[in-house]
Every structure is written in C-alpha cells, then in structure tokens.
Design a protein around this ligand. Structure first.
Ligand code: GLY
Length: 317
C-alpha cells in the first residue's frame, strides 16, 4: 500500500505533521489489508484519515475558494470490479471519499456533483454539515494573502518553492496557467490486497483561491486517480489542470499494462507532465504484482509505503 499527502515545497515546520499524517493513514489502511480486508476498504480508511487531518488540502482544513468556502472533490476506484464513484464540488460532507464509496456501491451512476452529490450522500446515511465546519482560520489567512498577491500581480508568476525552476524548454503551457495557490496537499492512496485486487482513491480541496465550481484532476477518472487489475492503481497530486489535459493517471497505468515497470512509468509520467505542459506534481503507482513507483518534480512529496517488509514514510523520493 502507498499513500501520499501532497507534493510541493513542504516547509520544515510542516514536515513532521505531514510525515505523521501519512504514517497514521498508512497504518490504518494497512491494518485492513493484513486482516484480509479489501484494497478498496484499505484505501477508503486511509483517505478518510487524511481528510480528517487538517494538515492536508482535503476535507477539513482545505484551501478556500475565491469566495471563502471549502469545495471538495474525491474519487474511489475498484480495479477488481472496475467500479468507480466520484463526487465533486461538495460543500457539506466531512468525508467526500465516503460519499464516493456510496456512489461506487449504491448507484448505477459513477459521478455526482454539488448539491446532487450531497443529497445522494444524505439519502444514503451521511450527515450533512455546515461548510463553516470545514474552514480553518489558517486558510482564511492564506486566502487573504493569495488575494493580496494576486492584486499585486504576483500570484500567477510563481509556483511556491519552485522559484528556481525556470521551466521546461519545451513547455507549451503559458505561465498564466500556473496555479494561484502555493501548495498542493491533495491526498491519495493505492493498495493491493490478498485477493489480488487493486484500488485507488484521491481526495482534495483543490487549488487555493479557485473559482467556485472549478473541478480539478483528483476526482476525474484516469486523471488524478485510476485503478484496474489489468494495469495498475494510481493517485496523483499537484497542479490539476495539466494533469487533466494529459489524462495522466490512465497514461501511467497504460504504460504498466504495456510492460513498463511501475517505478519507471511513475518517473516517465512526471517527466511527461513537465515536458509537455510545464506541470508540477507527484504520483504513486502500484502494479498487480506488487511492484510500485513514486515520483515528483516538486521539492517534496509526503509519501508512505507499507508492505510485508515494513512501513516507511518520507518527504522526498
Ligand atoms: N490536484 C488537485 C487539484 O488541482 O484540484
């Protein structure tokens, strides 16, 4: 099992919170697997813990929209049954990954948005909360700073922590496509269970200062998340728009299906993201034989890996 808690220039004073957050989520998810549980359950448990941890840009503590609300996106995919459930732009759910599980299990559809997603979750037993319960003062302050930078014409100029990165020679994306936010703490997990089934999940509050209604890569099938026993399971983090345009999750899993090692495919996917569109982010990728890969082109990525050999976490690959 692998988890990630975002890829960006994680500052020193946030390192410990990121490491302990991914460790707790990994321990909880891996415990499901060691007891013979499904990869899908393990991923849901791990992502739920990451959503509940205010360190990350998922669930409570997420980045705010330009009008000061939390809007959440999540996807869960079962690579054995080829079932998926996604929700986007939900504002009144504490754990959107659990709503995604309900969609996966209990709907003929695979994707719900906004109030329709919230009503679906409510009608299947999830409580609806006030959006204010998801909003932290820390994020109000961060939004205020982002708006001030934007007003000063600075917000689109850099991706925080990458100021030394002059960008790829072949980048097609103009600098104006860069995010307004300064970090990408989207969370995700991939797992392989004793039955040989793969699952993947990704959850996010999206980008800082996003326009209400914007949906990123995380909850879109094949973009920020994908799982198929015939190829691999993947979860991505980072600047969503380039990842979406490249359908990068599916791109990476297709490489594994074609015979590339996940370790190599993960690195290739991040190179492709950067060389083709100037994108930044990170990836965790797990094949049906247990081989895995992780890569990022940001200064850091919070990651965790659990296997029969033990449990590891880190901030750089
Ligand atoms: N990767 C998260 C987002 O762009 O929404």
């Amino acid at each position: 099992m692998l988890v990630h808690g975002g890829a960006w220039a994680i500052p020193d004073d946030a390192a410990e919170a990121h490491l302990s957050g991914v460790r707790r989520a990994l321990e909880a998810g891996y415990k499901v697997l060691t007891r013979g549980g499904s990869a899908l359950d393990a991923v849901e448990v791990a992502v739920t813990m990451l959503e509940d941890d205010p360190t990350f840009d998922a669930g409570r503590g997420s980045f705010l929209t330009s009008d000061g609300r939390v809007q959440l996106d999540a996807l869960l995919m079962d690579g054995g049954r080829m079932k998926a459930g996604g929700v986007a732009c939900v504002e009144r759910l504490r754990n959107p990954i659990q709503a995604a599980r309900l969609v996966l299990e209990q709907s003929p559809h695979v994707y719900f948005v906004g109030t329709g997603a919230e009503e679906f979750a409510r009608s299947h037993g999830m409580p609806l909360i006030d959006n204010a319960e998801l909003v932290l003062d820390r994020e109000r302050e961060r939004l205020k700073n982002a708006k001030e930078r934007q007003a000063a014409g600075l917000a689109d100029a850099t991706f925080s922590g990458l100021e030394d990165d002059k960008g790829p020679e072949t980048a097609v994306a103009p600098a104006t496509e860069s995010p307004l936010g300064s970090s990408h703490d989207t969370v995700g997990a991939v797992a392989l269970d004793v039955h040989g089934n793969l699952a993947a999940g990704t959850s996010t509050g999206g980008t800082l200062n996003k326009t209400p209604g914007r949906v990123g890569d995380s909850s879109l099938i094949g973009c920020g998340c994908y799982a198929d026993n015939m190829s691999a399971a993947v979860s991505l983090t980072g600047w969503g728009e380039p990842i979406m345009k490249l359908v990068l999750g599916k791109w990476a899993t297709d490489r594994v299906a074609a015979g590339s090692a996940p370790e190599f495919s993960a690195r290739e996917a991040i190179s492709y993201l950067h060389n083709r569109l100037g994108g930044h982010g990170g990836i965790i990728l797990l094949g049906p034989d247990g081989r895995f890969g992780m890569a990022h082109n940001t200064p850091a990525m919070a990651w965790g890996l659990a296997s029969e050999a033990g449990l590891e976490t880190g901030l750089k690959i």
